[in-house]
Design a protein around this ligand. Structure first.
Ligand code: SF4
Length: 286
């Protein structure tokens, strides 16, 4: 129950439904005409389920691997209004391919394709593998936005069917990574090294969170780690923003970022210049 002062009040009831993973994918959103999730115009498919628990996550509804519904009851000007929203939808590979095929003409014209994001898409390994095989047959460019926190053998299998990885680097310090992202970073760093050694195209994504990972020591460690890789990988800095805050109340998840601020533009530029001066191709956003 969330009493809100004035004429408006609301309460939420969350109900979970369970579906088996392997034969179906559980998707919580599909974004058409995305232009920041890889090259060209893309269809970004958001998978449910994530092994991390980042404090700053702006898609907390993606964390649970299950489909659930949120029942919202509001009193507006004395009238009770009830609304039920379902978070997540079950797709077969054929159903998802039908969605993807609608945008193929845009992929072809722009050099785009599909991006599998989340959550962590590779938690739904069997489904993703089957989907990527079909996309390869159709010559669709494929990109995976990953936390890197998945079994290395599975990642390498997937890599052979994937054109590009967007790979998140959140913190180089293991203790800080455990504190703020819920898991240690050893597997993540190992997997990034493996993909690099395999010669895969990788774009690094660095969520910049003031007070958590913007200190000089972390930035220098990140540059040191990346400079030792076989290839130079471009870096996108993703400045923290609070636009997902309202989702925490709706999903009943504890919001831990009270007291943390969005970074000032000058600070973001300063950090971008640090990476650029060190020889990395760096951009903001994406
Ligand atoms: S990895 Fe992404 S989806 Fe998962 S908890 Fe962190 S921010 Fe959220």
């Amino acid at each position: 129950m969330n009493p809100v002062a004035g004429k408006y009040s609301a309460k939420y009831l969350i109900t979970y439904n369970y579906y088996p993973f392997p034969m179906h994918g559980i998707i919580f959103d599909i974004k058409n005409f995305a232009i920041h999730d890889g090259p060209g115009i893309r269809q970004t498919i958001f998978f449910k389920g994530c092994p991390l628990l980042c404090w700053w996550c702006h898609n907390p509804e993606s964390r649970s691997a299950d489909i659930f519904s949120i029942e919202k009851e509001e009193i507006i000007d004395g009238v009770k209004v009830r609304d039920v929203e379902t978070i997540g939808k079950k797709y077969s590979v054929a159903e998802l391919l039908n969605e993807i095929k609608k945008d193929i003409v845009f992929f072809e014209e722009s050099g785009g394709g599909i991006t599998l994001s989340g959550g962590e898409p590779l938690l739904q390994y069997d489904f993703v593998l089957a989907l990527l095989k079909e996309c390869r047959k159709l010559e669709i460019h494929t990109c995976i936005d990953t936390t890197g926190n998945i079994n290395s053998d599975k990642l390498l299998n997937i890599a052979s069917l994937t054109n590009l990885f967007l790979f998140d680097l959140k913190h180089m310090d293991n203790d800080q990574h455990i504190k703020y992202a819920g898991v240690n970073n050893k597997l993540i760093l190992k997997n990034l090294k493996l993909l690099d050694e395999m010669g895969k195209d990788i774009w690094i994504r660095f969520p910049l969170i003031p007070g958590i990972n913007d200190d000089e020591s972390n930035l220098l460690r990140m540059m040191d780690f990346l400079s030792k890789r076989k290839s130079s990988h471009p870096i996108s800095i993703l400045p923290y923003h609070k636009i997902g805050k309202h989702k925490y109340e709706r999903t009943g998840i504890d919001f831990k970022m009270n007291g943390f601020q969005e970074p000032a533009t000058n600070d973001v530029t300063k950090i971008m210049n640090m990476f650029t001066d060190a020889g990395f191709s760096t951009s903001i956003g994406g």
